[in-house]
Design a protein around this ligand. Sequence first.
Ligand code: ADP
Length: 360
Amino acid sequence: MTQSVKFAISELSESNAHMNAILHEMFGGVIGINLRNEIFLINPIAEKILNLSYNDVQNKVYSSIELPSLILQSIDEVKEKQHETKHRITLGNDLHLIVQNAPIRKLSGELIGYVVVLFDITEKTKLSQLQREFFTNVSHEIRTPLTSIQGFVETLSNYEMLSTENVQSIVEIMDKETIRLNGLINKMLEIANLEKEPETLKLEPVNLLNSVNTVFSSYTHNAENKNIKYSMSTIDPSINVLLNQSRFETVLSNLISNAIKYTKPTGTVHVKWNTNNGYGVLSVSDSGIGISSKDQEKVYQRFFRCDPSRNYNIPGYGLGLHISKTLCDTMNLTLDLESEIDVGSTFSIQNIAIVDTPLK
Ligand code: ADP
């Protein structure tokens, strides 16, 4: 072999290696089909999306392979039309794809095959579906109290015809409804703030008992109303921890309020402090409705709510745990969940750094 041929071969194999590396790292799945209708290329993402392996499909005619019928149809279409095609398809219930096909031509214009590019948009599709459901929920949640406030304002405009007791009970209901509206708006503002650029967070020594007690005692009334046995383990008053107090209290407040919300009357809710490898763990356990293992992975997603039939019409927006998890991340804390359907759930805030020196 002459030097120049050797050089050309080495250049070719180098550009082949580059091409393979690019196809390997591409975000989309790629399938190449030649004019004999055989598959000459399939990258790892396409293998994964279609649950195929290169060895099984290499050099096989595409129509002889078990490809989903919608993809087969899209290949037939690009061959017929001879220009780029693009479709959004759903495989099974769960896999949402964009399939973009195009003819492959040499620079001279000569046709040499077809390329199929697959983009997995399942996550994006699910998120927009959750967002749509969220806006429907939020509109409903806003409309209900507003309609009731509007009705009461009309009733109050004829206040001469009402007794003092009537006026008082109407004002109380209006007060409750405005508190609910405020709660929703605050949650939405918290989310909007979290989505801004993360600012550098200042962690400070905080007295653990004081902070836990502040949140714990603010839910005594809710627990009593539901006849829930509500308790807290003893915490040494000298323990100080490194936290951002307001963020920590928001997380704890979300966990306790959920525990009470998702536990039936006469159940139990317990807040417990522990140490593990020199770090603190604060857990909130309940004997509530529990979360299935399938849903446990999703509860931190924005807008996610477990199966509504299991939520017993308990109002909520699917935002509290997303906010809590994000706040924990900003403080280098881990939020852990153990749960069993109809037995109960334990959410624990782990990795809390304990401060040795007393507070000034
Ligand atoms: P919200 O309670 O407002 O719906 P969250 O983000 O706090 O939103 O919780 C998301 C979902 O996780 C809830 O809708 C509920 O289905 C489930 N969940 C959260 N905490 C508990 C719990 N302690 N017990 C059972 N299910 C829970």
